[in-house]
Design a protein. Structure first.
Length: 275
C-alpha cells in the first residue's frame, strides 16, 4: 500500500480518487481549502486520512503543508496535483482579476506543489508525480481559452521536468481526462456575456453547455482506477488520455498540427543556414 498526497480533494475527481484509495487500503494526505468537506471520510478511515487546509495560490502555505506532510507521514509515494478549475468565457469577456486567479491556481499552484515536494522525493530516492491536466491540455474548445492557457502551460512544464527528474528515480505522468460526470461543469467560473460573441463558436459552446448538449460518456470509476493503476507502470507513462472523447479530440488535434507542420517543411528547411 502507498501513501498519496492529493490537492483539491473536496469534490470531483480529487474526492473520488481519495475515496477509492482509502477503500483499497492506501493512506491519503488530503489537502483542500475547506477540510470539513471530507470530515465524513475522516470519521470512517481515521489515521489513514491525513487532512490539511491548503489554498494552492498561497506559495508559503504550500511549502509549509508539504513539509508537514512529509515530516509526519515519513514517506509519500505519490504526489497528485489535482486542484484547479475552469474559467468559461470568451477571451475578451474575462476580467484581469479572473485571468490572474486562473493562472495562479492552475499553473503556479501546480508548479509550486511540485517544487515543494521535489526535495523530499529526491531525499527518499523515489516517488511518482501525477499532474492532472485534461484533453484540453492538448486540444482546444471555444470559450475555454484561459483554461487551455493554464493546461498547455503546465503540460509544457511537466514535459520538461520529466527530463530532469527521471534520472533521480522520480516519475511523472500527465493525466488527461475527457468529459466526466463530476462537479467540474457546476464549478465553471463565468464572466458577463458580450452580445458580440453570440453568433460565434464561443456562443455555440455556451448554449450547448447550458442545454446539456454535450454527450458525457466518461466512466468516472474506470478513469480513477486507471489513475491509481498508472503508478505501478514503469517507466511512468508521460501522458494518460482517459475517455473516448479525450482520445479522439487529442488525436485529431495532433494530426492536424502535424499536417500543418509538414506543409511548411520546405519553408522551414529553407530558413536553415547551409554548411
Amino acid at each position: 500500500m502507498k501513501t498519496w498526497f492529493i490537492t483539491g480533494t473536496s469534490t470531483g475527481l480529487g474526492r473520488i480518487l481519495t475515496e477509492k484509495l482509502l477503500e483499497q487500503g492506501h493512506r491519503v494526505a488530503a489537502t483542500l481549502r475547506k477540510p470539513e468537506a471530507i470530515s465524513d471520510l475522516k470519521d470512517k478511515y481515521g489515521d489513514r486520512l491525513w487532512i490539511a487546509r491548503l489554498d494552492v495560490t498561497d506559495t508559503q502555505q504550500i511549502k509549509a503543508v508539504v513539509k508537514q506532510a512529509f515530516e509526519e507521514l515519513k514517506q509519500i509515494d505519490v504526489v497528485v496535483n489535482n486542484a484547479g478549475y475552469a474559467l468559461f468565457c470568451a477571451a475578451e469577456e474575462a476580467s484581469d482579476e479572473q485571468i490572474r486567479q486562473q493562472i495562479d491556481t492552475n499553473i503556479l499552484g501546480s508548479v509550486q506543489v511540485i517544487r515543494a515536494a521535489l526535495p523530499y522525493l529526491r531525499a527518499q530516492g523515489s516517488g511518482r508525480i501525477l499532474q492532472f491536466s485534461s484533453a484540453g491540455g492538448q486540444t482546444t474548445y471555444p470559450n475555454f481559452s484561459y483554461y487551455h492557457l493554464t493546461k498547455w502551460a503546465v503540460e509544457g512544464f511537466c514535459d520538461t521536468l520529466v527530463k530532469e527528474i527521471t534520472p533521480l528515480n522520480i516519475g511523472l505522468t500527465i493525466i488527461e481526462p475527457g468529459a466526466h460526470h463530476t462537479s467540474f461543469a457546476a464549478a465553471l467560473h463565468t464572466a458577463p456575456v458580450m452580445e458580440a460573441y453570440d453568433a460565434t463558436p464561443a456562443g455555440d459552446v455556451r448554449r450547448a453547455v447550458a442545454s446539456g448538449g454535450f454527450p458525457i460518456k466518461g466512466d468516472v470509476n474506470h478513469t480513477v482506477q486507471a489513475v491509481i493503476n498508472s503508478v505501478e507502470v514503469y517507466p511512468a507513462p508521460l501522458r494518460l488520455a482517459l475517455g473516448g472523447d479525450a482520445y479522439r479530440d487529442v488525436r485529431a488535434s495532433l494530426v492536424s498540427r502535424l499536417e500543418s507542420l509538414d506543409n511548411q517543411k520546405e519553408l522551414a528547411l529553407a530558413s536553415e543556414l547551409k554548411d
